[in-house]
Design a protein around this ligand. Structure first.
Ligand code: NAP
Length: 482
């Protein structure tokens, strides 16, 4: 039996993520023959939809991807809907019945993926019923995909992990971090282990590493959610930690997913925790955006559903250190925020200088707005005056190839079908990332907002983040340097 013949049961089938990302992703897999014809999708949620209405929704969500009308119609015919409140045990019997019927109808052979795309508080009740009511099969694989967030601190994450592992083993759990589905993130290790860069990947040659995840958007209608989360829980604990760990990890002992994830875990565990509040404020900046009246933008504290005395950070910048021989003396600068001057996601690997009068050479990996990799190196200035000038060597996919690059969720669902756990977050990665962030949050509680900084909406961020770089004799290498 092939891994790509399966029933995918989607909890949260009427939700935003399903329509915007998941149905188009499954369709792209289908039309490129990465899913076999022996497949079915069962969509579930509380709304009383029919199969026909569900198929209409799925069809409308894939409109932009359709290249062959017949193929698209065939695709949606594999979708079935079952109204289901996840708290109601009786529904799991119906789910099992429908799964068994579809398994026979499509000759699937027992493979199941359960994709939970709803509020994480509901994850445990679902996994409990799936196992207790024998919805899980014993003649194929049973894999669980779950969306973020995985807990809101270490304690809640441990509790969630305990609940999930009563029904699924760790190696059946595929924790999504959609950054791991991005083309350049998923190929970061290939870049690192390229024979040229791998020779340079240590404190012998690297001066510092910088990661910027900047958004110009505000908090939209999500004030209540965001104020409980802030940028550290929204971006740093998950996406930033994933990129950081791939950049910082030591060479895996073997080529397996376990080998890869073990080194990521070791890297996250090696992050130096701050010793006290002084150490924290010298290395970590939290800030909130204030109004930009010329652009008609209100400050964070004036946004809907945000308390006037909120201490939630919309911006975070920090100098992190890895206690690993490879990185002794190499600072990792990270920053992320809302309402910044642009939307960009970049990594800069800044190399050491051998001549104080020239710019550092640096490798720039840009995920957005462009997807490209550039190496900036010093070259003789043209003309008679001499001197050096930093010039780029650029790699960018041609437009016709860009359309072939898998979308984030397409790559991740495909990776789950093919049991590629290295595209997913291991429990220990989540746990140690929380442990590290909990230290910061605990110090912030002690500081009671005294360390909060401010930046004007649509600016480059707080001046203190630039001062942090100056104190370490560097600067943020952002898009303006391109
Ligand atoms: P959403 O639009 O609010 O959808 C939630 C889904 O859950 C709906 O289908 C809802 O359908 C269903 N639901 C709620 N309570 C239920 C219950 N008791 N029984 C059965 N179904 C129930 O949320 P979303 O934006 O799609 O997000 C889903 C998950 O993905 C969340 O964990 C979120 O953090 C994560 N996520 C979302 C995005 C995104 O871009 N949207 C990005 C990253 C991560 P009914 O009302 O019909 O029951």
């Amino acid at each position: 039996m092939n891994d790509n013949q399966l029933i995918l049961t989607l909890f949260g089938a009427t939700g935003d993520l399903a329509a915007r990302k998941l149905y188009p992703a499954i369709y792209r897999l289908y039309k490129n023959n990465n899913i076999s014809d022996k497949f079915a999708v069962i969509g579930t949620a509380r709304r009383e939809w029919t199969n026909e209405y569900f198929r209409e929704i799925v069809y409308n969500s894939i409109l932009e991807e359709i290249t062959d009308e017949e193929n698209a119609k065939e695709f949606v015919s594999h979708f079935y809907y079952q109204p289901h409140d996840v708290n109601d045990g009786e529904h799991y019997n119906k789910l099992k019945e429908l799964s068994d019927t579809l398994d026979k109808q499509y000759n699937i052979g027992g493979n199941r993926i359960y994709y939970i795309s709803l509020n994480p508080q509901l994850f445990p009740v679902i996994t409990h019923h799936l196992s207790a009511q024998n919805v899980l099969t014993d003649n194929g694989y049973n894999r669980l995909i779950i969306e973020k967030p995985f807990g809101f601190d270490e304690e809640s994450a441990i509790e969630l992990q305990q609940q999930l592992t009563e029904s699924f083993d760790e190696n059946q759990i595929y924790r999504i971090d959609h950054y791991l589905g991005k083309e350049l993130v998923s190929s970061l290790d290939k870049l690192r282990y390229n024979n040229i860069w791998s020779q340079l990947w240590s404190n012998e040659f690297i001066d510092n590493i910088q990661i910027s995840l900047a958004e110009d958007m505000g908090i939209s209608e999500r004030g209540a959610y965001y104020d409980n989360s802030g940028v550290t829980k929204d971006m740093i604990q998950n996406h930033m930690m994933q990129i950081l760990s791939i950049l910082a990890m030591d060479n895996p002992k073997n080529a397996s997913a376990d080998g890869f994830r073990q080194e990521k875990i070791n890297a996250i565990k090696s992050l130096r925790t701050f010793e006290n509040t002084e150490d924290l404020t010298a290395n970590v900046i939290r800030a909130q955006y204030t109004a930009n009246t010329a652009e008609g933008i209100v400050g964070y504290k004036e946004e809907a559903d945000i308390p006037a005395d909120s201490q939630t950070e919309t911006y975070f910048a920090a100098k992190f250190d890895f206690e690993m021989p490879r990185w002794e003396g190499v600072p990792f600068f990270v920053r992320s925020g809302k309402r910044l001057e642009g939307k960009y996601t970049t990594i800069h690997i800044v190399f050491k200088k051998d001549d104080p009068n020239v710019e550092n050479n640096y490798l720039r990996i840009e995920f957005a707005p462009e997807m490209r990799i550039q190496f900036f190196f010093n070259q003789e200035k043209p003309g008679h005056k001499g001197g050096a000038k930093s010039v780029p060597m650029t790699f960018k996919y041609p437009t016709e190839v860009e359309s072939e690059i898998p979308h984030d969720y397409e790559r991740l669902i495909n990776a789950c079908i093919n049991n590629q756990l290295d595209h997913f977050v291991h429990w220990y990665e989540a746990q140690y990332a929380w442990q590290f962030m909990d230290h910061i949050h605990n110090y912030w509680k002690q500081l009671d907002g005294q360390d909060m900084k401010y930046y004007k909406a649509l600016s480059t961020g707080p001046v203190e983040a630039d001062e942090l770089m100056k104190a370490h004799h560097t600067k943020w290498y952002d898009c303006k340097d391109c």
